[in-house]
Design a protein around this ligand. Sequence first.
Ligand code: SF4
Length: 181
Amino acid sequence: MADLVISEDFFQDKEPSGKTSHGDGENFHWIWPVNTGKNGAAFSDDEVKAAYADRGEEQVPLGVHGTTVAVDWDSCIAAGSCMSVCPVQTFQWYRTEQDVAATAVVDATFEGTGLTEQDERLDKTDKSMPIREHDCTVCMACQEACPTGAILIEQANAEFHEKAAGTYVKMEGSGNPHAHD
Ligand code: SF4
């Protein structure tokens, strides 16, 4: 198992930088500030870098997506190991539902219709989105399978999901989310 890149107390002093909603109108997952950033494995992976170059899309730090199922998108190299082991399809390839820059998933709604098999990624710029975080059975298989240690499964972090739900507001008009006390 690779060393984990998200520390268990990552959320302790953080506030979300955004969220992605599920089209069921109830569920959503938070996006948290940059963790590994440009030190993440995605920034040194030749296939990921080539995929961004092919698209003519700039590779920028994306932060951590999810709280109890937390995926460091800057360490996600689109290996898809999590997809192949998850028994409840927590993850989807986000681009297979909406082929947009990863920065555009902030405060967007996804229906959960994206593809969920390991090799169904659109290309190596795709990321594993924990769109069904709420369905996770805490089997830990994805955390153990991820080749870059990009996933942290920690049910205790549910308190940070709940706390943020009480304090997070989207700034009117700006499109830039922030959180306050
Ligand atoms: S811990 Fe198990 S159920 Fe939860 S997201 Fe990972 S593989 Fe899926």
